[in-house]
Each structure stands twice: as structure tokens, then as C-alpha cells.
Design a protein around this ligand. Structure first.
Ligand SMILES: Cc1cc2nc3c(=O)[nH]c(=O)nc-3n(C[C@H](O)[C@H](O)[C@H](O)COP(=O)(O)O)c2cc1C
Length: 273
């Protein structure tokens, strides 16, 4: 491995002694260098950027080629501001020149069913909702890789699910369409540069042949220390990862409205059988 590749790998795992990777290329270099960007310059995006990113998004695999996703590109400051308010007042939504809202979209296939006068009996099942959600996520991640290759930065916004009905009104979504997440896109500001956040050691997530928790405790303890050190370097309160997990997941109030998703999705025309 080159020095560059070694340092990218060290940053990804927050440790210098990761086993070297046997392969490396420009795509891996880009992927391992990912970081969420929450501060953007006011530089406008080059003409045609949206279409380029959507071509990358549409190149992702899609279950049975059903393509049950859509995306709304929001650039209007007033509409971005309303979405920011709905997503917990996240300032980067207002600051980014472009805000994508990625949608699980069963409405297009439902319209096709109507045109053919055929009842699509599979649509009211949870499987169809998952299909749209997975398709939207795969498409969005392709766009993220593409935009990072162009020197842009982004951050996903799950906060858009705090109130999917209100987001639906802002975007005039038809029934059977729900916003899976948002994505802020823009040029990263050098005033608040984002750094690569270390991930769990591979031993925590990669299982060979069968699932095992044999080494989990020691592996997680090591990661707690590495992530704590990362946050300290970032000037943030140095909680370990396990502590963060517990704090994030212990209270329903941390769902910020998303605890009502089943009821909201039902109202928006999704079946969850
Ligand atoms: C589906 C999804 C939703 C997210 N929602 C938010 C969000 O609402 N606000 C935010 O600041 N970051 C959000 N993030 C970014 C994560 O916090 C970030 O990816 C994670 O901390 C890892 O950091 P990294 O992307 O810099 O490696 C979201 C990420 C994902 C994948």
C-alpha cells in the first residue's frame, strides 16, 4: 500500500496498525475518504450538476427494475428554510445551495396499475414500502459518491422524517410517496472542515460463515477509546461510542416525532401488512 492509502485506512479506523488492504484504486480512495459535511460555502453548483448526480443515482441497482423512488431537488431558499424547520432546525439545510429529498415512491406504479385497470395487490404490504426505501437509499448513496468525486460535500438528513406529513405538504407529495431522508449538497467550507470519522473495527461487523459475538466486548471497548479520541481531537465532549448508542436509543423522545411513523405512513396511503 502507498503512504496515502495507509493514512486513509488509518483515518477510517482511527488506528495506525490496521492490516493493509491488498487492493487500492481511486474509487476506494474516494470511498474511504467520505465524511459528512455540515458547513458549506455560498458557491453555486455548476450548471447541470443535478442532472449529473441523478444519472449516477439512477445507475444504482433497483429491485426488479421497478424504480420505486423519486427525488425532489429543492433550491428555493424559502422552501429549504421550511424543510429545515421541520427537520429540527438544522442550519446546514438553509446553508447548502441544494437540498435533495429522496422519496420512496409507490405512486408511479400505482398509476400504471390504474391505467391498466389492474389492482396491484402487493402494494399494501410492508415489503413494497421496504422496496421503495431500499431503492431510494441505494440511489442516494450513488449520488453521494458521485458528488464527492466532483469535490462537493453532503450530509444526509434523517430529521426529514420527524414530520413526514408536513414535509409531504411542502413538497406536494401525492399519496403513497414518503420522504426517506434529505441530503444537503454544496461545496465544503474550509472554515469548518469535516474529518473522517472512524468506524467500528471490521471484526465487529464482518462475520465469516456464521454470526459470532465472541470478541465483541473487547472490540467495542477498543472502538469506544478510538471514537472518544476522535471527538476529543474535534474539540467535542469525548463520549465513547457505546455511551452514544445508549444515549441515542434509550428514550423515545429522541425519535423527535418519528415514533408516529406507522400512523403517518398509513395516513399517507401505505399499507403495512
Ligand atoms: C439516513 C441518515 C440520516 C442522517 N441524518 C442526519 C441528520 O439529520 N443530521 C445530521 O447532521 N447528520 C445526519 N446523518 C449523518 C450521520 O450522522 C453521519 O453519517 C455519521 O455520524 C457518520 O459520520 P460520517 O458520515 O462523517 O462518516 C445521517 C446519516 C444517515 C445515513
Amino acid at each position: 500500500m502507498t503512504d496515502n492509502a495507509r493514512s486513509k485506512l488509518a483515518a477510517r479506523y482511527g488506528v495506525d496498525d490496521s492490516s493493509p488492504l491488498s487492493q487500492w484504486n481511486d474509487t476506494l480512495d474516494l470511498l474511504l475518504d467520505h465524511r459528512s459535511v455540515r458547513a458549506f460555502t455560498d458557491q453555486a453548483l455548476p450548471e447541470g450538476t443535478i442532472e449529473t448526480l441523478i444519472a449516477a443515482a439512477q445507475s444504482a441497482s433497483t429491485s426488479s427494475n421497478l424504480q420505486v423512488w423519486s427525488v425532489v431537488a429543492v433550491q428555493d431558499p424559502e422552501r429549504k428554510s421550511r424543510l429545515s424547520t421541520l427537520a429540527g432546525n438544522q442550519a446546514h439545510i438553509r446553508q447548502a445551495p441544494l437540498f435533495f429529498v429522496w422519496l420512496a415512491d409507490l405512486s408511479r406504479v400505482a398509476r400504471i396499475g390504474e391505467q391498466h385497470d389492474v389492482e396491484l395487490a402487493t402494494l399494501p404490504y410492508l415489503e413494497s414500502l421496504l422496496l421503495g426505501t431500499i431503492d431510494a437509499a441505494l440511489a442516494a448513496q450513488n449520488a453521494v459518491v458521485a458528488l464527492e468525486s466532483l469535490g462537493l460535500g453532503s450530509v444526509y438528513i434523517g430529521g426529514i422524517r420527524n414530520d413526514i406529513a408536513a414535509v409531504g405538504q411542502v413538497l406536494e407529495l401525492p399519496p403513497q410517496v414518503y420522504p426517506v431522508f434529505g441530503l444537503c449538497v454544496g461545496y465544503p467550507s474550509s472554515e469548518r472542515p469535516a474529518n473522517v470519522k472512524p468506524r467500528l473495527p471490521q471484526r465487529a461487523v464482518l462475520h465469516h460463515e456464521t454470526y459470532s459475538t465472541a470478541e465483541e466486548e473487547s472490540v467495542l471497548a477498543a472502538y469506544d477509546a478510538r471514537l472518544g479520541a476522535f471527538y476529543e481531537r474535534e474539540g467535542m465532549k469525548a463520549a465513547g461510542w457505546s455511551e452514544q448508542v445508549v444515549n441515542r436509543l434509550r428514550s423515545v423522545s429522541n425519535l423527535h416525532g418519528r415514533e408516529a411513523l406507522v400512523a403517518e405512513l398509513t395516513r399517507m396511503g401505505f399499507g403495512l401488512r
